[in-house]
Write a protein that binds this ligand. Structure first.
Ligand code: ADP
Ligand code: MG
Length: 444
């Protein structure tokens, strides 16, 4: 029998705020345990939560960026469960009415454009951490420690519809979401530190069957690469169970990256188990139209629009690798400023793609210096190889006068007319190779 894989992702995004969602403690990562947990985070009796405006604004920002509806009035709920790293014994979350409703993400899987709908995104507080590994207690005994520094860190839980049908689609979705939240400045995206945590829901069904199969929810998927590996493993496991006559139980599983497999963590709780009820200590969230409009007015141009702009500038396809990479790194404005400084657009794009992988969004080389190098090459004053050498020098020195550098290296101007004829003939003979050459394939 052939099976279809069905995938939905729940992503916990830590929102970039100075202080916690309901208290004034710092959200900084890596501090000594329990030095950033105040009386609210520790749930001392009589303490009350106060909503963090910046967290709400980040949620609205996200909602607008994915074309969602911002709920005019959303409420908070208590999700009750006991765990040592949750001192209140309940988590404040949103249940019936989340702040962000619907929306979608559009991205490419290979060259196929794909849109995945979002169900919702809701605000909630993070829990603390249990320290199991090599933690020793006051008398040196092996023990479990509780660190409440993370308690109350604002989270936006972004829930997709179960619309993905392959590991590749889920990986592309996760990548797109990851770069979007960083682009919007609402999350630092650091997966090692747990700032962006993906739970992967996977089920399988025989091709042609309408109903979904029973799903497993996989936690602890700590990298985007692991999203793909976990799905491949889990789908295979479920198919094997079904093929051998077994049934899939709804459960939460844990991804072990070292072993490359999932393990049962617990059988899945139902919503009933949490005894959700409205949080009486917080008023409903009702952002004014003016506030939402102000957030909308301040949205940065989104990646897709950026790619379109760079495509118009260079004539390259919006899905060409150079454009995707440069936009992903946030270096589009830099390419534009090289062009504004008189540079050749195509070479500006390609140079930036090739030489500034680790340079951040504003490379140290002044735009004008790069511009003059692109012009030297475009005008035939430098061969492509010479230009590459000087590009490497520019990067190493953090800038420089390309004309002087060319002279110092003894890169002589060639006889343009003779070279141009040769080059034109070569390109005419094989235009595809020229494209590859521009994209940096030295073998061409
Ligand atoms: P819960 O909140 O209990 O985890 P939800 O109904 O909110 O349950 O679903 C959580 C996630 O699971 C969503 O991303 C959804 O798309 C996905 N999902 C739901 N049913 C399935 C299924 N049968 N197979 C794969 N994913 C599913
Ligand atoms: Mg869930």
């Amino acid at each position: 029998m052939t099976y279809e894989i069905v995938i939905g992702l729940e992503t916990h995004t830590q929102l970039l705020t100075q202080t916690k969602i309901f208290s004034g403690s710092s959200t900084r990562y890596g501090a000594q345990p329990n030095t950033q947990a105040n009386e609210v985070d520790m749930a001392l009796p009589g303490t009350l939560p106060v909503m963090n405006r910046a967290a709400v604004e980040h949620a609205i920002r996200f909602g607008l960026a994915v074309g969602a509806t911002i709920a005019p009035r959303s409420i908070f709920a208590r999700k009750n469960y006991f765990y040592p790293d949750l001192p209140k014994n309940y988590q404040i979350s949103q249940y019936e009415i989340p702040v962000v409703l619907g929306g979608s993400l559009t991205f490419f899987v290979g060259d196929k454009e794909t849109t995945i709908n979002l169900t919702r995104a809701h605000l909630e507080e993070d829990a603390g951490k249990s320290l199991h590994d090599n933690y020793t207690g006051p008398h040196g005994e092996l023990s479990t420690g509780i660190d409440l520094n993370r308690t109350g860190t604002p989270l936006l839980e972004i829930v997709s519809e179960p619309e993905m049908r392959s590991a590749a689609e889920a990986v592309a979705y996760a990548k797109t979401l990851h770069s979007l939240v960083m682009w919007l400045g609402i999350c630092d995206g650091n997966m090692q530190e747990g700032s962006f945590r993906v739970d992967v829901n996977v089920s399988v069904r025989p091709v042609g069957q309408k109903e979904f199969g029973t799903r497993a929810e996989i936690k602890n998927v700590n990298s985007i690469r692991a999203v793909g590996k976990a799905i491949d493993y889990e789908a295979r496991r479920q198919i094997d169970v079904l093929e051998s006559g077994g049934i899939i139980r709804q459960e939460t599983r844990h991804w072990d990256d070292g072993e490359g497999r999932t393990h049962t963590l617990r059988t899945k709780e139902d919503a009933d188990d949490y005894r959700y009820f409205p949080e009486p200590d917080l008023v409903p969230l009702a952002p004014s139209d003016e506030w939402v409009q102000a957030v909308r007015d301040n949205l940065p141009m989104l990646p897709a629009a950026r790619r379109t702009a760079l495509s118009a500038l260079t004539g390259y396809d919006t899905q060409s690798e150079a454009i995707i990479v440069v936009v992903e790194r946030g270096q589009h404005d830099y390419v534009q400023s090289v062009v504004d400084a008189g540079g050749d657009a195509v070479r500006a794009l390609i140079y930036v793609q090739q030489a500034f992988a680790d340079a951040g969004s504003v490379p140290a080389v002044p735009a004008a210096d790069l511009a003059s190098l692109t012009v030297l090459e475009r005008d035939g004053k430098l061969s492509a190889t010479q230009a590459k050498t000087l590009l490497a020098d520019l990067v190493e020195n953090g800038g420089g006068d390309a004309v002087a550098m060319a002279a110092a290296k003894g890169f002589e101007a060639m006889d343009n007319s003779a070279v141009e004829t040769m080059v034109d003939e070569a390109i005419a003979a094989d235009p595809g190779e020229w494209e590859k050459y521009l994209a940096g394939d030295e073998k061409a």
